[in-house]
Ligand binder design. Structure first.
Ligand code: EPU
Length: 467
């Protein structure tokens, strides 16, 4: 984990940034595609994978299991020599997404051991839906010292309770054919993806109800289908997976990650406050409809080019002639929801935006507990934000952001998680004065070379070693 900070010269409310930002592949799709590589009978090739810390962590986890991973213009993963089914606890502790590997590992090897996952410090983030789903599939879950082992009881025994999933290299036909329905008690992105992948090599059909509908899930499911999986309904609330009866997937088609809608949305919000002109290219405006509509209603001059996705051309979002002061933007109320609702991953950025518009706004966080830790930092630099409850903030704007106290830490801000980190950089850029944002590691987990992208627009931001 690096110990770096950003030094940022605030613009004092001026909108002087200008230029183009090219959006990378979606981290939250790429991580799942990397995990899915375990389901294949040979090396897979993954395109448009962002160069972020979470991708490096997933690489290390796969390597520790025995996979060969190479990073170049594309990422190549050869799962052939995987010889372990225990996910490294130290690595898993820093990234909750490691849990998605349990699905493919179980599907292929019939067992997996993993620690209670960590990840960003945003609420309790339980895994009950994964465990209940695995049990419904016939697996036995044992908990030992904060780690879980999941095993398909049928492994080698022909247990009729199991789905009959089989181990790569030791394929046997357990003769079990079982169709199963799993009803998620809440909508979970990782739960949907993981159980979907766990069912790919099975003998029966697994139907998942109350699924998450994020575009990242569709992106991975479509690729798996091109390589031999039978997944129907990804992108709707019901997904059914007919297993391949033990046949591993073939890497017929390389995977290409869709553009990162959260990266695009983050820069769009930043641009609304700090840029006179900004084009966000290589993105999917249709994945950001709620945000774009809100910003347009608020008064941000936005133009959309939807591209020609069917023919492989992504779109762009442009802010054009954004010369009016931010105080002329209108306030709004917004609540985070599962896709296609307003993303929790843009909540901190939109709160920061609303501190600069005139009037009262409220933001409700419905997905995660404890995702308002950054509010303290915003308050410290003068933002009119109050925490009404653990899931709701009220914002009264505009308040000029600036260094308020005299202490030696007055201008030191903290990146609490990936998205709050982005929001705090945004706040520092809007503010008057010079700021230090520490814990940049969190920002690096989800945003590739953020400071370089901002510098290209004219921002004064440097990466320095933390003191
Ligand atoms: N939940 C449970 N039990 C479970 C699973 C989830 O109670 O078994 C709860 C969670 O605690 C949370 C809610 O359900 O309150 C939603 O969690 P979900 O499983 O949907 O989230 P996730 O899969 O852990 C992914 C993204 C997050 C993003 C959320 C919501 C990845 C790697 N992470 O997390 O992204 O915020 O979906 O859209 O895909 C980020 O990129 O910064 C990030 C945090």
């Amino acid at each position: 984990m690096n110990k770096e900070s950003f030094n940022i010269q605030g613009l004092g409310g001026a909108k002087t940034l200008n230029g183009t930002i090219r959006i990378n592949g979606a981290k939250n799709a790429a991580l799942k595609a990397m995990a899915a590589a375990v389901l294949f009978d040979g090396p897979v090739e993954l395109h448009n994978i962002p160069d972020t810390e979470d991708i490096h962590t997933m690489t290390e986890i796969l390597e520790k299991l025995g996979a060969q991973v190479t990073h170049g213009a594309s990422v190549k993963i050869d799962p052939t020599n995987i010889d372990a089914t225990t996910i490294d606890p130290k690595l898993a502790a820093i990234m909750r997404a490691s849990i998605v590997l349990t699905g493919p590992l179980l599907a292929r090897y019939g067992r997996v051991t993993f620690p209670a996952p960590g990840g960003c410090v945003i609420g309790a983030r339980p895994i009950d839906q994964f465990l209940k789903g695995y049990e419904k599939m016939g697996a036995v879950v044992t908990e030992n010292d904060c780690s879980y082992t999941i095993e398909f009881g049928g492994q080698g025994e022909g247990d009729p309770g199991s789905l009959g999933l089989v181990a790569g290299g030791m394929i046997r036909d357990p003769g079990v054919k079982k169709d199963i329905t799993i009803d998620f008690e809440m909508i979970t992105v990782g739960g949907t993806e993981t159980l979907m992948m766990a069912a790919v090599l099975g003998n029966g059909t697994v139907t998942l109800n109350n699924c998450a509908q994020e575009p990242e899930i569709v992106n991975v499911a479509e690729w798996l289908n091109e390589c031999g999986a039978h997944i129907i309904g990804a992108g709707t609330d019901t997904i059914s997976v007919r297993g391949t009866a033990g046949k591993l997937l073939s890497p017929i088609t390389p995977y290409t990650a869709i553009p990162d809608r959260i990266e695009a949305g983050s820069y769009l919000i930043l641009g609304a406050l700090c840029a006179e002109q900004l084009t966000i290219e290589n993105c999917r405006p249709d994945h950001l409809k709620v945000l774009i509509d809100l910003l347009i209603q608020s008064g941000v001059p936005i133009k959309i080019d939807n591209g020609d996705v069917g023919n492989g051309r992504n779109g762009s979002i442009s802010i054009i002639g954004n010369t009016k002061p931010n105080a002329m933007f209108r306030p709004f109320d917004v609540s985070t929801r599962e896709y296609p609702g307003f993303p929790t991953d843009l909540q901190a950025q939109i709160v920061t935006y609303l501190t600069q518009v005139t009037g009262k706004s409220t933001v409700v966080e419905n997905i995660f507990e404890g995702r308002f830790k950054y509010i303290d930092d915003l308050q410290r630099i003068g933002a009119g934000v109050t925490l009404d409850s653990s899931s709701k903030v009220s914002i009264t704007g505009p308040q000029e952001l600036r260094v308020t106290g005299n202490g030696e830490n007055a201008a030191n801000l903290l990146a609490h998680d990936i998205r709050a980190g982005f929001a705090i950089v945004m706040a520092a850029l809007v503010a008057e004065g010079i700021f230090t944002v520490s814990n940049v590691y969190f920002i690096d987990r989800g945003y590739e070379k953020m400071e370089e992208k901002l510098r290209a627009l004219g921002a004064k931001i440097d990466r320095v070693q933390s003191r």
